[in-house]
Design a protein around this ligand. Structure first.
Ligand code: SF4
Length: 298
């Protein structure tokens, strides 16, 4: 997709804008989402003061990839959770860097005020702006367990507002959340498919050291997925989304030093090879069941 749109490889630079989250600063909670070890931006470069400097540092870390264009990705914590002035300053610096082709911001649907969307809309006229929304599941009982802090209609409204503003939306979902069956995961993927979002990111539930999830895991409250179970759920999800939806990720890997389970996820190369062999074996085609799932009622 990136090659088609930009004519060459485009590489993602992970930046940390110095944000926090409403589920961490006391607004909606203080302990964050149950699985979160720190904003899922472990490899992000601090960009609070000088964004161009941070971009140059991040570029130097991927110099061997041979890319000339980049996605400036504010990955850590909630990337729209700050004053409008701060956001304008950070985003404008990032988008005006000559090597940046896309501004991408990871955030929560409940942190997208009209003024923020107007800012994103304005920037989207300079270069493409992507917003990545952490939904993770459509099932309220799971969302309550992991302390997401907003109900599903807030996600629906955020996607609508972003789409009305012409901004590309990518939705994150997690496979393997405690208590969820493969069918429940498929329902989430199908819902995201129907939401109008252009992209989806699949992530595996990791149990990381220092999280409250690790306590529940240690006490035997749930088990993590095996690689085969993960692939089975992923296949169901892929077949239930639109054929044209851009899949930005098929799995994810957390910081190895903090990983408690599942340990197989630490070997990314083997995981990706196993996934692609399984897709061939099972004849997986993205969107194969889309004609059915697009008419499903929740
Ligand atoms: S998962 Fe996202 S919203 Fe939840 S605590 Fe971590 S950074 Fe904040």
């Amino acid at each position: 997709m990136l090659r088609e749109e930009f004519g060459e490889k485009v590489y993602k630079l992970s930046l940390d804008g110095g944000f926090t989250c409403p589920t961490r600063d006391g607004t909606k909670g203080t302990r964050g989402c149950i699985f979160c070890a720190g904003g899922s931006g472990d490899f992000s470069i601090p960009a609070g003061k000088n964004v161009w400097e941070a971009i140059e540092t991040a570029k130097s870390l991927v110099a061997d990839k041979g890319a000339r264009k980049y996605i400036a990705y504010f990955q850590s914590y909630t990337g729209t959770y700050a004053t409008l002035d701060k956001l304008r300053n950070l985003y404008t610096q990032a988008i005006r860097h000559p090597d940046v082709a896309v501004l991408s911001v990871a955030t929560r649907p409940d942190c997208l005020k009209d003024s923020v969307i107007s800012l994103l809309q304005e920037l989207n006229r300079e270069k493409p702006v992507w917003i990545e929304l952490g939904l993770q599941t459509i099932h309220e009982e799971t969302a309550a367990y992991f302390r997401r802090g907003y109900p599903l209609p807030v996600f629906d409204q955020a996607v609508k507002n972003l789409q009305d503003a012409g901004i590309t939306v990518i939705v994150h979902m997690i496979l393997g959340l405690p208590g969820e069956t493969p069918e429940m995961m498929r329902e989430t993927a199908a819902y995201i498919g129907r939401s109008g979002a252009q992209g989806i990111k699949f992530q595996l539930l990791h149990v990381l050291k220092g999280t409250d999830l690790a306590i529940d895991y240690a006490s035997g409250k749930f088990q993590t997925l095996s690689l085969e179970e993960y692939i089975g759920a992923l296949e169901l999800c892929l077949e239930s989304i639109p054929p044209e939806m851009v899949v930005h990720r098929l799995t994810g890997d957390g910081a190895k030093r903090d990983l408690i389970a599942p340990l197989w996820s630490a070997d990314k190369k083997t995981v990706l090879n196993t996934i692609s062999r399984a897709f061939e074996r099972d004849g997986v085609i993205q969107g194969k069941n889309w004609t059915v799932t697009r008419n499903e009622e929740r």
